[in-house]
Ligand binder design. Sequence first.
Ligand code: SF4
Ligand code: SF4
Length: 249
Amino acid sequence: MSGSLPTEDPLVRMYRELKRASAKDKAQVKWAMVIDQAKCIGCHACAVACASENRLGPGVVYRPVIEQETGTYPNVGRRFLPRPCMQCENPPCVAVCPVTATYKNAQGVTVMDYTRCIGCRYCIAACPYGARCADFGGFYTSRTAESPGQVQGRYAARAYEKQNAPEYGRNWGERGKGSPIGNARKCHFCLHRLAVGQLPSCVTSCVGRATIFGDRNDPASLVSELIGSPRATTLKPELGTRPAVFYLA
Ligand code: SF4
Ligand code: SF4
């Protein structure tokens, strides 16, 4: 077997580093993500895992995988850009919220307080990355045909869709009865999973190991290593938003 093959799955390393970060004082940790476009195969597994994890209804997408065409005919190619919230250090979305329903937490994640959000959508308009969505309370099964008297998959699917979102470590109750419906929603690096020692859903589901996550305040972490790479870049750096999501182009 070639000596150049990696000897350890990056997930194993990330879990080890997560344990190290979890043992630190919260204020000493800064979460960051690195997405390697050369490894992303555009399978959308991360987008699906995210929607499932956070019980996202129609029109609410935290992590789209955008397809990009490269080159000029006949030398053309295709690459993929998974696009979660950038967790900006200088976030335009926070500045415009009239009720401080969105703010930065101690670990650098831009979070929502659904109980304060009045659904004005100013933050959605202010985000230069299109990373926020309004939740209008839809269900994917709404238009599925019914056959009275027959038990069909629709009922099982609707029961699944109604389950509460686990976001921010709180039970939001059955979907359809209040928040997060009516609120602005966004990626939060799966804080509820990090709190119980699990990596974000998009990271563990990534078949290409294209998504790397960890503590950028830990100089020995894989994210710190990759952020230091000459390939590392951020989206729209000219805006001065200072994203915590980096891309290896
Ligand atoms: S990407 Fe958009 S939603 Fe996320 S922190 Fe930046 S401005 Fe806010
Ligand atoms: S799961 Fe990984 S490989 Fe698949 S689209 Fe998402 S980032 Fe790309």
